[in-house]
Ligand binder design. Sequence first.
Ligand code: COS
Length: 371
Amino acid sequence: MIDDWPFFEPAHHACAAEVEAWASIHAARLTDEHDADGSTRALAASMGEGGLLRATQAPLDVRALCIARDILARHSGLADFTFAMQGLGCGPMSLFGCPPAQAFMADVQAGRALAAFALSEADAGSDVAAMATTATRDGAGWILRGEKTWVSNGGIAGGYVVFARSGEAPGARGLTCFWLPAEWVRIVARIEVAAPHPLATIALDDVRVPDSHRIGAPGDGFKVAMATLDVFRATVGAAALGFARRGLALSLARAKSRHLFGAPLMDQQMTQAAIADSAVDVDAAALLVYRAAWLKDQGAARVSREASMAKLFATEAAHRVADRCAQLHGGMGVVRDAPPEVLTREVRALRVYEGASEIQRIVIARAEAAR
Ligand code: COS
């Protein structure tokens, strides 16, 4: 449940109740780490049926997205992943429109199709503007050529948002964004990661793309990507918050039930310090996440500084909380598939994807310098 803070309107409390009700019945039941593809499909279908995916498309209410990820991540990392990707993979279309993608977006919202966002490349992750995939004008359309990697839902998505160098200007000013149905994309390899979820490297082999599939103006692809991340980066912080809440709950349960030196673990001052630090991490992360979401919902054009602060702090905080949780569990903290070990694996990637912590610090420092 979310706190009774002034950031929220009655609709947000209703949204929290709806997501919590769905998650408490379905999230763990439909999550099987050993079948990430099947679980992602099943989770999306169930979320679509339950109406949860309405929040992932325009008009985007960032607080609702954050509330959903906060709750889902507390229940299941894969449920959070599934929800988030439906939003991120439709984010550029939600914000800038793309008529040919409309039927696909309806399928995504119903949970019948999965969405993907292909921005990173082997040699262009943090430095997005260095991407090598090209979009070359071809009569009324474009030809796309190159490889994208770390594409979540890659291999099972029904459509891909793709960014390519169109060359209007050097660097960040010469990229363009497109939406491609899955049939136009070749899957090069699937990638296995610590907390399993569908992930792949994809190739674009001289794909002919009509101009109607372009999202935003030619040359504005970097801004499309950054505007999308302005919305979704705060939601990564929200997922981290949900993971941290889970870590704090596990830590408390352990501290109260485990006895050593003739007293509950909770009576040890070092345990109290760990619990206190985790509680402060959770509340501070929540304040930064919902501040960024609220600000965006108020109509702010750019919330890069606040979204980066939320993502940076919440993901680093979740890492600390998960580590304290594992430590309080002793040997049980590292047993494979035991809750603390699952949590440790689930939080790790958040400090890397959608802008590593180091990138968030660059964004924040630049914003401070410009204030
Ligand atoms: N909204 C709209 N426009 C934005 C923007 C935003 N949030 N952020 C930047 N821009 C604009 C800038 O205003 C600038 O426009 P002008 O050229 O008209 O002045 C342009 O985009 C380039 O911005 P900047 O100079 O900051 O670009 P850099 O190449 O220095 O890159 C970082 C900035 C490092 C912050 C960016 O590359 C980044 O976020 N990298 C991480 C990428 C990422 O998250 N990858 C994960 C992919 S999803 S798993």
